[in-house]
Ligand binder design. Structure first.
Ligand SMILES: Cc1cc2nc3c(=O)[nH]c(=O)nc-3n(C[C@H](O)[C@H](O)[C@H](O)COP(=O)(O)OP(=O)(O)OC[C@H]3O[C@@H](n4cnc5c(N)ncnc54)[C@H](O)[C@@H]3O)c2cc1C
Length: 353
């Protein structure tokens, strides 16, 4: 038996952030992850920003989230000697004078002032339709999640701490102070399975909704946009005239299949925003691990205190995962109580007897 402190199941964004942070603390981590091309984390553009841009409000607990995010990025880039982060200006398109006025009003609020440039930005781009201009969000950017995940996976593989397979729940042995999986023994196991949590016999009572999202990658020749522009869709510049455009929200489909309908919806919305014919490069679909009450799912199984879950990252996984991983580590290592808003105890009454 090889001894570890933690087994982590799933190496998307949640598993990567948690495992990386645990290793920084000197913990021995073994990861089980079935390779898939089309996971939420691998297709996500990896954009982050501190505001909800529909209503011009701050994101939940955002003041506590930016520092852990930047710390995580710095530590990760130092460890791998590679840059995965690009600070990126975010411009929210205004649709009316009323929206401009609301922006101005909100930018004076104490919680929002650090994130909003109160001046309006006139549209500098011929190919973009934005007669009322833009509002600029401060503290936004992008992390190449797919690259981050593959760098970390290579490292784990090189240290023989990684298994590429679907976790076999029947093989897990839970003892009073350890867990065993095949030839690996650890103090605790943490499930970071994204939307596949619905198949996990320990945690499938949790109300994970799963929201399908599709996005397209297009070439927009000569557009020359350098900012992340947000209207009723986002366009994110990748360089060389290529942009990620998305995303759709579908609460009914529960698969990762690309649909013509979503592609058309994105192309129609893109046409409203830009005056350049797109050349389609790629079309991707994934399932966001969303939760009924829009809060993440962290905590320990009601019956087994060494079986833990880290899930429900929703639509803003990048911003919240470094912050939540710190909470989870404090909980697992020192018994410090989790924020009741994310603690799965709130759903204990839904567990079957
Ligand atoms: C179209 C779209 C765009 C998005 N854009 C953004 C964005 O710009 N910014 C942002 O912050 N968020 C974005 N999100 C949300 C973000 O992608 C998610 O919050 C986050 O990636 C979820 O990560 P996760 O690790 O929980 O799940 P996942 O990404 O689903 O990863 C889970 C991993 O676990 C593996 N796995 C699962 N079960 C098992 C098992 N039993 N055995 C072995 N392996 C297993 C899977 O194969 C996978 O590798 C977007 C989502 C979508 C769909």
């Amino acid at each position: 038996m090889k001894q570890f402190d933690y087994i982590i199941v799933g190496q998307g964004l949640a598993g990567t952030v948690l495992a990386f942070r645990l290793r920084l603390k000197g913990k021995r981590v073994f990861v089980v992850d079935k390779h898939r091309e089309s996971t939420s984390s691998k297709i996500a553009p990896g954009a982050y920003n501190p505001m909800v841009l529909k209503r011009f409000t701050p994101c939940w607990n955002v003041e506590q989230q930016l520092e852990p995010l930047y710390d995580f990025i710095t530590n990760f880039e130092e460890a791998f000697d590679e840059s995965v982060h690009t600070p990126l200006k975010l411009w929210r398109k205004f649709h009316s004078v009323q929206e401009q006025n609301l922006w101005l009003e909100k930018s004076e609020k104490v919680r929002l002032a650090p994130f909003m440039n109160p001046s309006f930005i006139a549209n500098p781009y011929k190919g973009v339709r934005a007669e009322f201009g833009f509002g600029e969000v401060i503290n936004s950017g992008r992390v190449e999640l797919s690259r981050m995940i593959s760098l970390f996976k290579e490292q784990l593989e090189s240290e023989a701490c990684f298994l590429d397979e679907d976790f076999d729940y029947n093989t897990l042995e839970i003892r009073s102070s350890s867990v065993c999986y095949k030839s690996v023994s650890a103090d605790k196991i943490v499930f970071c399975e994204g939307h596949r949590l619905t198949k996990n016999p320990f945690f499938n009572y949790l109300p994970l909704m799963r929201t399908k999202g599709e996005l397209i990658t297009v070439r927009l020749k000569g557009l020359q946009v350098k900012e992340l522009i947000k209207s009723n869709i986002s366009i994110l510049p990748l360089g060389d005239d290529v942009y990620k455009v998305g995303a759709t929200f579908n609460w009914d489909d529960k698969d990762e299949v690309c649909t013509e309908q979503a592609q058309q919806e994105l192309l129609d919305k893109l046409k409203e925003l830009v005056d350049v014919s797109p050349e389609l490069v790629r079309h991707e679909a994934g399932l966001r691990p969303t939760v009924k009450d829009r809060r993440a799912l962290l905590g320990v199984h009601p019956k087994y205190d060494n079986v833990i879950v880290f899930n429900g990252l929703g639509t803003r996984g990048l911003l919240i995962s470094p912050y939540l991983s710190l909470q989870l580590i404090d909980f697992m290592e020192q018994g410090i109580a989790l924020d009741p808003e994310v603690d799965i105890k709130r759903y204990e009454n839904q567990m079957p007897c």
